[in-house]
Design a protein around this ligand. Structure first.
Ligand SMILES: [Zn+2]
Length: 130
């Protein structure tokens, strides 16, 4: 699979190998990198030794290239970045910033939404990000 993930601000590629690389900061001001698997619905992740996060904690996510925030403003602990698939189709990927919460939304250009991972009741209404 030849997929590229981009920062929505600088459009720099944020994936390498099989991982999406994000910069993270916790409420306790711990900082480090989070590596997410590039395959949608695969919740294998790795984190820097400098970053200790407890399950349920919400982290701020940033582009590792331009350091702009990937958080979705005023939404419930979500972050967003861009995915370009092997056919050059571009879509938005929305993930939870709550550590351990396994949810992903894929939103294409027609605002068609695909949901992956756990079904979490507070995200049943798709209006939250539109
Ligand atoms: Zn960027």
């Amino acid at each position: 699979m030849n997929v590229t993930y981009l920062c929505p601000h600088c459009r720099g590629a944020i994936n390498a190998g099989n991982n999406i690389i994000l910069s993270a900061k916790t409420d306790m001001n711990k900082v480090g990198l989070i590596l997410l698997h590039e395959e949608i619905g695969n919740y294998t992740s790795k984190i820097s030794a400098s970053l200790s996060i407890t399950k349920g904690e919400v982290v701020d996510l940033f582009c590792p290239i331009c350091h702009e925030s990937l958080n979705i403003p005023s939404k419930d602990a979500l972050a967003k970045y861009i995915r370009i698939d092997e056919n050059c189709n571009e879509c938005h990927i929305i993930i939870s910033r709550r550590y351990g919460e396994k949810i992903t939304f894929k939103v294409n250009e027609d605002k068609h939404i695909e949901t992956y991972g756990e079904k979490i009741s507070r995200f049943i209404d798709p209006e939250w990000f539109l």
